[in-house]
Design a binder for this molecule. Structure first.
Ligand SMILES: Nc1ncnc2c1ncn2[C@@H]1O[C@H](COP(=O)(O)OP(=O)(O)O)[C@@H](O)[C@H]1O
Ligand SMILES: [Mg+2]
Length: 322
């Protein structure tokens, strides 16, 4: 079996909303696929369908070689699922939560306890294991949630925005945990709104927007798909910014942007750079910085979707506080 997860033409409607509009994806055994997309792109819908919690309106998919519709029981026996909102019982301790899940999965009491202790130790929760989970921090809760999804030793793990809302330190800790899983050979499908997360963890990345896959490839491939490099020019005198915008704008196809005293523009033909340098020189503009670099994943996302990933997260936060 070449692919641990394969999906073809997945469609899902919620009333008028087309949450998934014909999604194809594959995840080779033992690899991590990063599904990157803004809020509302359809990531959770795809995960819920692949995890057999939701039926697609059209399309087919298989996990571990089993069909999600006709062999959902087999699929469930080999997957683990961790959601954005940790599903643990607040009143129970970390250890009790894990033991309970072990029992539900049919492990004996002693096997459940042993597995719980193993996972608590692995996720740095050994001391906290005896405390009620309502006392846990957000990062600890996510680690416990992840531990819970691993009790049944899944071959395929779905991590739906596992680090959304976590502080940078907890996020980095969780990344380490995910890397550990990959070293064990687990196949992972991880959704995220964070470009850096996909960049850090994913072997392959697909970008979702409005229920469609709008791009796919490795991080490096995506960075080069826009076919552009990024030119950055910082004039020594800030008063020269407008002039730099004009000169750069004349030579490149896309409108330059200004921020932090720097002009940034996508460049498709690096040969324009010497011409820009000459023109600035003629105008008496001295550049304190002039660099040509690879696009960041952020810029790729902007080029693909027409909006920046952080805008979406900022909007979501505003909504959450509204
Ligand atoms: N249970 C539901 N009922 C109605 N609309 C839904 C439901 N779940 C998701 N949607 C809509 O489907 C789209 C995709 O949602 P979702 O898969 O949750 O996206 P993501 O996980 O990428 O944020 C959104 O427009 C969302 O509002
Ligand atoms: Mg979601």
């Amino acid at each position: 079996m070449a692919y641990a997860i394969e999906a073809e033409g997945l469609v899902k409607h919620y009333g008028q909303t087309k949450a998934l509009d014909g999604v194809d994806l594959v995840v080779p055994q033992g690899r991590l696929l990063g599904v990157l997309g803004p809020n509302g792109a359809g990531k959770t819908t795809a995960v819920r369908i692949l995890a057999t919690l939701l039926r697609p309106d059209a399309g087919r998919a298989a996990v571990g070689g089993y069909d999600i519709a006709s062999e959902s029981h087999q699929v469930r026996s080999l997957i683990g699922l961790t959601g954005q909102y940790a599903a643990v019982d607040e009143m129970l301790t970390g250890a009790e939560n894990l033991v309970m899940i072990g029992r539900l999965l049919g492990l004996s009491r002693s096997a459940s306890k042993q597995r719980a202790n193993e996972l608590l130790a692995r996720f740095n929760l050994a001391d906290a294991g005896a405390r009620a989970t309502k006392t846990y921090s957000g990062g600890m809760r996510r680690r416990l949630d992840l531990a819970a999804s691993l009790i049944g030793r899944p071959q395929v793990l779905f991590l739906d925005e596992p680090t959304t809302g976590l502080d940078p330190r907890s996020r980095t800790e969780l990344w380490e945990v995910v890397r550990g899983l990959m070293a064990d050979g687990v196949t992972v499908l991880l959704t995220t709104q964070y470009l850096e997360e996909a960049d850090q963890l994913a072997d392959d990345i697909i970008v979702f927007d409005h229920g469609k896959v709008i791009a796919s490839g490795t991080s490096d491939q995506l960075k080069s798909t826009t076919g552009a490099q990024v030119l950055e020019v910082r004039p020594l005198q800030e008063g020269h910014l407008d002039l730099v915008v004009q000169v750069v704008g004349d030579m490149v196809e896309t409108a330059p942007e200004t921020s932090g005293g720097k002009v940034t523009a996508a460049v498709h033909d690096p040969a324009v750079v010497p011409a820009i340098v000459r023109r600035l020189d003629e105008l008496g503009v001295i550049a304190s910085e002039l660099t040509l670099r690879k696009s960041s994943l952020d810029e790729v996302f902007l080029a693909l979707t027409g909006h920046r990933a952080e805008d979406e997260i900022a909007t979501e936060k505003e909504e959450a506080f509204a």
